[in-house]
Each structure stands twice: as C-alpha cells, then as structure tokens.
Write a protein that binds this ligand. Sequence first.
Ligand code: CUA
Length: 313
Amino acid sequence: MNGIRSILLPVAGSEYARSHDTLLMFILALTVIFFSLIAVLSVTFVWRYRRSRNQGPTPHMTHNTALELTWSIIPGLILLVLFLWGLKGYIAAGVAPLDAMEIQVTGKKWLWAFEYPNGARTINEIHVPVGKPVKLVMTSEDVIHSFYIPTMRIKQDVLPGRYTELWFTPTKAGMHQAFCAEYCGKSHSDMLAKIWVDEEAAYQKWLEEGDEHTRTMPLKDLGRLIWENRGCSTCHSLDGTRGQGPSFKGIWGHAQKLADGKTVVVDANYIRESILMPQAKIVAGYEPIMPTFQGLLREREIQAVIEFIKSLQ
Ligand code: CUA
C-alpha cells in the first residue's frame, strides 16, 4: 500500500497527510474490490443467462429478500464508516490548536503576502518551524483565490471581505510548494508561494536576522531577487516582451506615455511611486491592475528595484 501511496500522492508533509492518505487508500481499495466484483458478476450473468434460440419463453423472474437485504445493508455500513472517518478528519482540520503560530495571509492579483506575529512581512514565501502547529488567517484584496499546499493536504478558499482559516503541523523539513487553486485571472498559474519548513535552529536564525545574504548583497542583485521572488516577474519582463505590465528593459531615463495623455520620465521617484502607489500613473495601453507594495518592501528593497531597473539598458 505504501508503494501505491508514493506513486499516487505527493510527499506527506504534515500530520494530516498520514490519516488523509490512509482514508484515501481505503476508499481506493474498496473501489477496486467493488468494481471487480460487479464487473465479474455482470459478465458471468450475461453469459450464463443469455437468451438462446432453442429455449422457450423467458422464465419468470422473482426476487430474493435475503440477498437484497445483504447487498443493501453491507454497503450501507461501509458508507457509514467512510462518513464517520471523514467527519473525524474534517473536525480535526476545522479547529486549530490554541498554541498555533498565526500567520496572516493576503491573496491579491497575483501574489501572496504574509505577516508574522512580530510584524515581519514576506511575499510569496514563508518560513515555519518543523513540528509546530501553524494557523493561516487568510483574506483577499480582490477576487476569490484559494490557498493550496498539496504536500500538506490542505486547501481553503481565500475570500474578499471575510477571513478563512487553515492550519497544519509540518512534519517534513524542506520546501513545500503552495498554489492558488481558484482561477483568478491571467496570471493565476503564477500565483505561487514557497513554504519553507525549517529545523528549529534555522527557523530562529531566520526570525532574528532575516535573510542574512539579502541584507548584504549589492542593490542591483537584490533588485533582481525581488523581481523574481516578490511577484514582479509575473507582469514585468526583462527582455522587452509585453506582459500584464510594461517590460523593465530600457525604460530607465526614457519618457513613458501615460493613459491620461501626459508623459513621464522614468526616474527613481517615478519608480518609487509606481511601487507604492501603482494607480497614480498608468502607462498608456495597460490596465491599472498592479497591487500596492506599500509596507511590503523595505526602503533598501525599493532602492534595489530602482538600481535593478537602471541596470537594464
Ligand atoms: Cu489567485 Cu488563482
């Protein structure tokens, strides 16, 4: 069974995974058994009771109470077992333990923003310690999204104007991929987040120091990293290709035509404004769809994006 499990299902990364997978395998086994039974009986009966030319009229069919009760009651009991087993898992998944670490999650077109109890903010990635329960309190700023971590076996809709919750206890260190599982527009499939499950020591270090090497790396390189990891790359290309937003290539120092007919020269202030107040100046021919990064990027990170764009001549 474990062999089949590993072929059919992703790695088991949370405490849920084991019990959910066992139930799923049980249902799969039942399905195979009943499919085979019904298929074999159907073929046997079709062959055995076929109508042949030398027989007289079709014999009169009557019923068999004992047989009918048996094939109703046994499957009925099996269904009851499935229901209670499923209900047990459903209730466990519905209520997070009181000591769970709470992370606020905001979904928006097209990124995931996270906020920690200590005020730390991240985009498209979180770090959590292995073996400790984590509770995600989620909402959306625009349309319906859905937070889905297959290796944790959890998925929950993320709705505007309402909070939904999800909790899990990670059991496997390493990177777990989260997806958006509700079609939310053009870049739905790029709405990804990395769930890093760290050993306790590594987690504490990350909490205290942040990412050591991003704090010291050159601005231009940090800018590229932010472009990759914070959702910029979803809409802004580096090679002049038209995306949901203008490409970053070769815009530095050049005039951009705006939707309201004015023009603006791309300089540090313009880029800064576009990051923090994206609706202030919309480039002609593009939709005003960029979310604000106010509070999501540190001052140094904004400078890094500016330096990065400057370098793309
Ligand atoms: Cu967000 Cu699909």
